[in-house]
Design a binder for this molecule. Structure first.
Ligand SMILES: [Fe+2]
Ligand SMILES: [Fe+2]
Length: 254
């Protein structure tokens, strides 16, 4: 039992990851859980992987980690994601690629904390509604019968859902003590905020498995530096290529 830093959707953004790790260091948090999408979109996949490995983070694979290492295709990607992941495939070091390929698709920590990336059985599912949570709570009970909390990512929004039988309630994100007899789905948000419209803050959560509490946090980082590196490194799609990708999809839908 421990205090965990929960994070995900880092997407090669080393400035945001460093800011989150500094905030966790300030609080004395030593154990990290990561729900995947370590790479994609931004220019520092190797540096992000090195930071996670140095802290012995427990990490699962997200869809970007699978696509970046050629274990999943581009079929369900946006044009932006597809373009940047092609760059990731070119730039990722051999050691980073091998590490990403070694990641499990899910984890069970302490026998009661499940980690998945998208849905329980679909790495590319966006769980954004109570009905998604209701369906995935059924799958969680089948696949991880001892799990009381399911940490997930992929949708890049901080969320806390409480499940009791077939009832699903979205609770406000903040600081919350969880009920022992309920099931919870928790999205700690995204470390990478480059694609967010509302803010450029790196998000994470603290989870205390002794006190059974969760806290949601966000911190500032140097988003301009991240964006400049991504542009120079060829991770940002230009409008003409965006149009070409769209045309190609229309002519030969997959
Ligand atoms: Fe993501
Ligand atoms: Fe994802």
């Amino acid at each position: 039992m421990a205090l965990y830093g929960v994070l995900g959707d880092i997407h090669g953004n080393v400035e945001a990851l460093e800011a989150v790790l500094a905030a966790l260091d300030q609080r004395g948090v030593r154990r990290l859980l990561c729900v995947g999408d370590v790479v994609g979109y931004n220019a520092d996949p190797d540096a992000c992987i090195a930071l996670l490995r140095a802290r012995a983070t427990q990490v699962i694979a997200g869809n970007h980690d699978l696509i970046g290492t050629r274990r999943l295709g581009f079929e369900r990607c946006s044009n932006k994601a597809r373009y940047s992941l092609q760059r990731t495939r070119q730039r990722l070091s051999q050691a980073s690629g091998a590490w990403l390929r070694s990641l499990p698709s899910s984890l069970l920590v302490e026998g009661r904390l499940a980690l998945v990336h998208g849905g329980v059985r679909d790495v590319q599912l966006y769980m954004t509604t109570p009905s998604h949570i209701r369906r995935n709570a059924e799958l969680l009970r089948e696949d991880f019968p001892t799990a009381r909390v399911c940490f997930f990512g992929h949708s890049h929004e901080q969320r806390l859902y409480e499940v009791s039988g077939d009832e699903v309630e979205a609770l406000p994100v903040g600081a919350c003590r969880l009920a022992a007899e309920r099931l919870y789905f928790i999205n700690a948000g995204s470390v990478d905020a480059q694609r967010k419209r509302e803010h450029r803050l790196a998000e994470f959560a603290l989870f205390d498995s002794d006190a059974w509490t969760v806290e949601f946090h966000s911190v500032r980082y140097d988003a301009a530096a991240t964006e400049a590196k991504a542009a120079v490194g060829g991770y940002r799609i230009v409008p003409f290529i965006d149009w070409l990708y769209t045309m190609r999809r229309r002519l030969s839908p997959t």
